[in-house]
Design a protein around this ligand. Structure first.
Ligand code: HPA
Length: 276
């Protein structure tokens, strides 16, 4: 059997008796949103390190666990801590948690992240609805033998971030007076922030925000036929757009500052996702 699929099945075997229910929504928490799960009434927890072979985040401040809870009455599995390519994991390991949440029964993947603003109309603290992505600068987690049990060899990518859900998100933001930009997210491998020339190039290519996660996760979720949506917290303007050098502290500080409104929006959106 395909080794990647075999590992996924082994991981599922480890978790299947610990899952309190079949979740509808799988939510991945980005920087700043990390404590979203702590604010919920928790129905179940699975630590990543309880799962044999599971990738565990090495980033300080990133927890590593699945949390099950009902958000606005909608059964949700939350990834509190994700793994990134820059930590040195194989792309197939980076996306393993997403595949596992689909095996748990999740139908909708809700991605969140902190990202650098590339669009000059953005400012630090903005929230951006992800309309599409550019993943051409990172390796594909779908390379290698296709896992036919999960999806087709050459998946269509013309509607990665579900159009209907994007409309729901825009309406939810409007109804709650939350300003929401929209745009294209570009993933880099990291861990270095980009150079000024790279940011100019990314802008010319049509990117509005840049970050080190999300597109690989969306790509495999799309492969499996999940409905996908995503929101970026613009934690900083990208390299060269201000005079200040970029620091992880600045990214964290803005993400933390934006967290209350981001959490409110995510909560309301999940409530709406329960209706589809
Ligand atoms: N670049 C890449 N990743 C990021 C950034 C950035 O400016 N901000 C937050 N994550």
């Amino acid at each position: 059997m395909n080794k990647v699929y075999e590992k996924l099945l082994d991981c599922f075997e480890c978790v299947k008796d610990k899952i309190p229910y079949k979740p509808k929504v799988a939510l991945i928490l980005g920087s700043g949103l990390g404590d979203f799960a702590d604010c919920q009434k928790i129905d179940g927890v699975i630590d990543y390190n309880e799962i044999a072979g599971f990738p565990v985040s090495t980033v300080a401040g990133h927890k590593g666990r699945f949390v099950f809870c009902e958000v606005m009455g909608v059964k949700t599995v939350i990834m509190q801590g994700r793994v990134h390519l820059y930590e040195g994991y194989e792309p197939t390991d980076v996306v393993l948690p997403v595949r596992l949440m689909k095996m748990m029964g999740a139908e909708i993947l809700f991605l969140t992240n902190a990202a650098g603003g590339v669009n000059f109309d953005f400012k630090a603290g903005d929230l951006m609805l992800i309309e599409d992505h550019i993943s051409s600068f990172v390796p594909s987690a779908l390379k290698g033998e296709n896992i036919d049990e999960l999806g087709v060899r050459f998946p269509d990518m013309s509607d990665i971030y579900d159009k209907n859900i994007r409309e729901i998100i825009e309406n939810t933001a409007k109804e709650n007076n939350i300003k929401l930009k929209k745009g294209v997210y570009l993933q880099t491998a990291g861990p270095a922030y980009e150079s000024k020339a790279e940011i100019r190039m990314f802008r010319n290519l049509g990117a509005d925000a840049v970050g080190m996660s999300t597109a690989v996760e969306a790509t495999v979720a799309n492969h499996m036929g999940m409905k996908i949506c995503g929101i970026s917290c613009i934690s900083n303007l990208a390299c060269g757009m201000t005079d200040n050098p970029l620091t992880h502290e600045e990214v964290k500080e803005t993400a933390d500052r934006t967290a209350p409104i981001f959490k409110e929006l995510v909560t309301k959106i999940i409530g709406e996702l329960g209706k589809i």
